[in-house]
Design a protein around this ligand. Structure first.
Ligand code: URP
Ligand code: ZN
Ligand code: ZN
Length: 460
């Protein structure tokens, strides 16, 4: 099968140029100013941008959490991702305490197998460390799982102690892996939470107030210190707070291989959302929580300056009805997380590029190239080049959009960005040479998505 994408403007991290892209089966085989080749399918991209398929390195599909299971599974989650211009996701396989990391991977493979509309991979979350578990790490890196996650929060559930942090960082660092952290001080949060509940402060706002910026700052500081002690590269997921960002910037200035991602929710939403009436604040119960309004600008600057390298979604969807509602009388019972896999790319384009906060090349880097490089998928993914896989997005930068739960593909009954308007729509999305989104409609097949083994960590 030969496909030509004609007359588009190709955008990468370093260039924007008019070209025709020739795809043979799954691979880009030529990029020419004007091709004379013939093809089975010709896509006219005149007036459109063509960028590498976006990569979302932080999703939670089909995940049991907070006494329930996420609303999106690998079928609905990956269709929604594709509709938003994402062609590869990396989800988290969570270790069950007492079991091995291999066991976690088996469980998550079974959940994803045959369901995915786009390619996928797994990070492995370590929740219960012993020598045998620690010794699994080098073998897993060799098998194509080079990234591990640890939680400094969710006391009594996923939280690990400092010894675990240090041991995992050391082992992973020695073997060519990258350790990802949820950086919030779970013990501090536990004390504040108990105080609030004892005072009858049970509404969604107290979720945020029980997790102040200092809890994140302290954990980021501790984690960076551990990474320095271990001599290992380290990555902070869903960084939300300006002071925590300052710590990352300082470490990077000293030459430390510290990386961090933020998410659209921390760029576009703020603390006032927790005051929405009728338990509406529950839509935004996620960890870390939304911060004061002025914080967003610091994160945008962090993206522009390079101190934040990745924008991921942390898609973790729970319906308001019957799921978030579990915590109507007690914010600690609201399952943590929010949807966003479908809206990440459009929000960053409309709110970032069109609002002159970041360049279009930086946008491509944040949503595609940097995640591909940090997580061992480059150059087969994350760029448009001869020999790369044909994961491509034909994007109409002028087309208007309005975000709504009524029209999204995500299998959840609300959208945190309900009513947001902007410009920039992925009109066609190609996954390894196959069109999976055509004029906004999903036309792919479940099971097209292929599991991706990944290369060991390579510093940016
Ligand atoms: O609230 C969130 N972020 N839920 C998903 C799990 C996590 O901490 O990433
Ligand atoms: Zn987290
Ligand atoms: Zn997460």
């Amino acid at each position: 099968m030969r496909t030509i994408i004609k007359n588009g403007t190709v955008v990468t991290t370093s260039e924007n140029y008019k070209a025709d892209i020739l795809v043979e089966n799954e691979t880009i085989v030529a990029i020419e100013a004007k091709t004379s080749a013939s093809a089975d399918l010709v896509i006219d991209a005149a007036g459109k941008l063509v960028f590498p398929g976006a990569i979302d390195v932080h999703t939670h599909f089909d995940m049991p959490f907070g006494g329930t299971v996420t609303a999106d599974d690998f079928t609905t989650g990956t269709i929604a991702a594709a509709a938003g211009g994402t062609t590869c996701i990396i989800d988290y396989a969570l270790q069950t305490p007492g079991k091995s990391l291999e066991d976690a991977l088996q469980v998550w493979h079974a959940r994803a197998e045959g369901k995915c509309a786009i390619d996928y991979g797994f990070h492995v979350a370590v929740t219960d460390l012993n020598d045998a578990v620690l010794n699994e790490i080098p073998g897993l890196i060799e098998k194509g799982y080079p990234s591990f996650k640890v939680f400094m929060a969710y006391k009594g559930v996923f939280q690990v102690d400092d010894a675990t942090l240090l041991r995992v960082l050391k082992k992973s660092g020695e073997a060519g892996g990258l350790v990802l952290v949820h950086a919030e001080n779970g013990d501090v949060i536990d004390v504040l939470t108990k105080e609030m509940l004892a005072n009858g402060q049970t509404s969604p706002l107290y979720h945020a107030l029980s997790r102040p910026p200092q809890a994140e700052e302290e954990a980021v500081n501790r984690y960076i210190t551990m990474a320095a002690l271990a001599g290992a590269p380290a990555y902070i997921v869903h960084l939300s707070d300006s002071s925590a960002l300052g710590l990352v910037a300082e470490a990077r200035l000293q030459g430390m291989p510290i990386y961090a991602e933020t998410c659209p929710q921390y760029l576009f939403l703020a603390l006032d959302r927790y005051n929405e009436p009728d338990f509406g604040g529950a839509k935004y119960v996620m960890s870390p929580p939304l911060r004061e309004a002025g914080n967003n600008d610091f994160l945008w600057s962090g993206l522009d300056s390079g101190n934040l390298q990745v924008v991921a979604s942390d898609h973790c969807s729970f319906n308001l009805k019957n799921q978030k509602e579990l915590g109507r009388d007690d914010f600690t019972k609201i399952p943590n997380g929010a949807p966003g896999v479908e809206t990440r790319v459009q929000l960053l384009f409309a709110g970032g590029v069109l609002e002159n906060r970041i360049s279009i090349n930086k946008f491509v880097d944040l949503v595609s190239t940097a995640p591909a490089r940090l997580f061992g998928l480059y150059p087969q993914k994350g760029t448009i080049a001869v020999g790369s896989e044909a994961d491509l997005v034909v994007f109409d930068p002028e087309a208007p959009f309005t975000i709504s739960a009524k029209t999204h593909h995500q299998n959840v009954d609300y959208n945190p960005y309900e009513g947001f308007t902007g410009r920039g729509v992925p009109v066609k999305v190609m996954s390894r040479g196959t069109v999976v989104i055509d004029d906004g409609r999903y036309v792919g097949k479940a099971g097209h998505g292929r599991f991706q083994t990944r290369k060991p960590f390579n510093a940016l």
